[in-house]
Design a binder for this molecule. Structure first.
Ligand SMILES: Cc1cc2nc3c(=O)[nH]c(=O)nc-3n(C[C@H](O)[C@H](O)[C@H](O)COP(=O)(O)OP(=O)(O)OC[C@H]3O[C@@H](n4cnc5c(N)ncnc54)[C@H](O)[C@@H]3O)c2cc1C
Length: 318
């Protein structure tokens, strides 16, 4: 059995950010991940990672991996199938072998809820997006639709109305779930709301050019010519294995952490989309770094749970 100071589960930006910070603290670290880069690797083009000019998600993922490895952090492609987290030494199991560590950092991310309609997969990155913050700037002066009725859908529609030439908000019900304040804001925009409607099909050539929508009350269908469709119907956190190991999750299945990124189990930390953060690469990487630094302090000083001033920067946790 291989023994480490730190095992990071997940090799997206949160996991890579965590590995970078623990390895630079000379903690023996391995990142175990099913994929390199996680959702970041799916991004066609990333324009909002500070200091990095537009870059593909795959290239940014490879750069992050090279950087962590340069500090001695190991990266292994493997699916973690089980965790034993209670006790001072944690056990992490893949199909091939078992690993031991004093610290486990959970960075298993989440995935966007799909519409599950025809051609959806085919056009991801070719007009279909699940992240308005990431991709809307690429649709300047274009016609777009946002699908959903939550705060994130309404916020995306408001944002789109400032960028796109025409914006539709398509919702399957006759009222929105978003907060009143957001709805009031939406009313001040030229966004056209299409009520009681669902997307039946997405069509296009290299990129999407139209969608077919159906009114669920009348069964009538119509075509809508569009350049972009933003699906904002929620995220599903990847928490099955951590839940099974006794890590606390909230009602939406995101891992619960305190302001030190500690879970309910001492020595177990979580960061990034898996804790329901603002789903952005810069945020995930930063949270990974903070979780890693708190894990280092825990190993050195034994602090867990209590709110103590930390030794990074001037931040005083009060
Ligand atoms: C198409 C697309 C475009 C995007 N564009 C941008 C953008 O331009 N800018 C931006 O800031 N953000 C963008 N995002 C959002 C950003 O990619 C995510 O917020 C970010 O990747 C979350 O990082 P994370 O490390 O928390 O999780 P993830 O990136 O989801 O990584 C989780 C990792 O955990 C691994 N994992 C899960 N379960 C296991 C297991 N049991 N065993 C081993 N490994 C496991 C996964 O394989 C994956 O590698 C985009 C997202 C998508 C989908």
């Amino acid at each position: 059995m291989d023994t480490y100071d730190v095992i990071v589960v997940g090799g997206g930006p949160a996991g890579l950010g965590a590995g970078l910070y623990t390895a630079r603290r000379n903690l023996k670290t391995i990142i175990l991940s099913e994929t390199l880069g996680g959702q970041m690797a799916l991004a066609h083009i990333i324009e909002n990672y500070p200091g990095v000019e537009p870059i593909s998600g795959i290239e940014l993922s490879e750069r992050m991996k090279r950087q962590v490895e340069s500090f001695g952090c190991e990266f292994k492609l493997a699916r973690v199938a089980g965790l034993e987290l209670k006790g001072d030494i944690k056990k992490v199991k893949t199909s091939e072998k078992e690993y031991l560590a004093k610290i486990v950092i959970i960075a298993t991310g989440s995935h966007y809820r799909r519409l599950e309609v025809e051609n959806e997969e085919k056009f991801i990155g070719k007009g279909i997006s699940y992240c308005a913050t990431c991709d809307l700037p690429l649709f300047k002066g274009k016609k777009v639709a946002i699908i959903g009725g939550s705060d994130s859908a309404v916020n995306a529609a408001i944002y789109a109305s400032e960028i796109a030439s025409e914006t539709y908000l398509i919702h399957r019900r006759d009222k929105l779930r978003a907060e009143e304040k957001n709805q009031e804001q939406l009313k001040k925009t030229p966004v056209k709301i299409i009520w009681d409607s669902v997307v039946e099909k997405i069509e296009g050539d290299k990129f999407i050019n139209k969608i077919i929508i159906k009114n669920v009350k009348t069964d009538e269908t119509r075509e809508l010519e569009l350049d972009g469709v933003f699906i904002e119907i929620g995220e599903i956190p990847t928490t099955e294995i951590v839940k099974a190991a006794g890590v606390e999750v909230n009602e939406k299945n995101f891992v619960v952490v305190n302001d030190k990124f500690e879970t309910n189990i001492p020595g177990v930390y979580a960061a990034g989309d898996v804790i329901g953060s603002f789903a952005q690469i810069v945020v995930a990487a930063a949270e990974g770094a903070e979780a890693a630094t708190n894990a280092y302090l825990y190993l050195k000083g034994g602090f867990y749970g209590e709110r103590k001033p930390t030794d990074y920067g001037e931040k005083k946790v009060s």
